[in-house]
Design a binder for this molecule. Structure first.
Ligand SMILES: [Zn+2]
Ligand SMILES: [Zn+2]
Length: 266
């Protein structure tokens, strides 16, 4: 069993198709001696269908009260994040064009954008493609630019499960930008237990990232606490490819915190 020192991509019941609480994820991390845990629930239309009355902050309260979390819980460094959907070929992230119409205490005047409210509370953002109707017919160059623009967002630290998106982009070009920005491409455990072609694509991406000298984040994408910090597939892939430990940002908490500070302080 390969356990992780850091798991920066996990979900809780706030994601609606995940089943554990923050505390259950923390306890699972403790059990496996995981030093740092990131809770990154979906910031996506998957979680909240568009309300006919506009954007209601009451639907996003999970992201609004993070300050009640201790920085360290049972010895685990706890970080708040989100996994935001990439929503168009310009690499925009969910909520970028959604003015808030209602706050917790009453109507808002729409001068505040949902993404700004949520991102300002997050330590970092993972940008991922889930729904991709908007990518139909896009060229390889467009998809490459889409990932690059998402990565350039000042709050984005990680491109999530790029091997699972099924989108054909220039990995070398994206990995090069990641290296320049000191940001991360994810090697995602959840992508390695399904279709063989997806596993092979993940391995190809890891090999190209290694050639580019870009750092990666290894993470579980756990949707239930028993998956937290368990990275058997990732470990196998990393070993097979021979990914140098110095380029694995999640190899320990200290390294991850240093990478995070540098990348998002730019
Ligand atoms: Zn999910
Ligand atoms: Zn996820």
């Amino acid at each position: 069993m390969a356990h992780a020192a850091c798991d920066i991509h996990t979900h809780t019941i706030f994601s609606r198709h995940a089943y554990s609480t923050v505390e259950e994820n923390v306890r699972a991390a403790v059990e496996l001696r995981c030093e740092l845990l990131g809770i990154t629930d979906h910031f996506s239309s998957m979680v909240h269908p568009e309300a006919p009355t506009g954007v209601d902050l009451r639907d996003y309260q999970h992201f609004l009260n993070f300050e009640v979390w201790p920085e360290s819980w049972l010895g685990v460094r706890l970080m708040h994040g989100c996994e935001a959907d990439i929503v168009d070929l310009d690499g925009h992230l969910y909520g970028w064009d959604m003015p808030v119409d209602r706050g917790l205490g009453g109507p808002y005047d729409g001068s505040v954008l949902l993404q700004d409210v949520v991102f300002s509370n997050c330590d970092y953002v993972i940008a991922s493609v889930h729904m991709k109707q908007w990518a139909a017919g896009a060229t390889r160059e467009q998809l490459t630019q889409m990932y690059i623009r998402a990565l350039e967002h000042p709050k984005v630290l990680v491109l999530g499960h790029v091997g699972r998106s099924g989108l054909d982009f220039d990995v070398d070009e994206v990995a090069q930008v990641a290296r320049e920005l000191g940001k991360l491409i994810e090697i995602n455990e959840g992508s390695l237990h399904g279709r063989q072609d997806c596993t092979e694509r993940c391995r190809y991406i890891a090999e190209r990232c290694m050639v580019a000298g870009c750092m990666v984040a290894t993470s579980s994408d756990a949707h239930i606490s028993c998956e937290v910090a368990r990275l058997d597939g990732v470990r196998k892939l990393v070993d097979k490819v021979g990914y140098p430990p110095r380029l694995i940002a999640t190899r320990d908490a200290e390294t991850f915190l240093r990478v995070w500070e540098r990348a998002l302080a730019q």
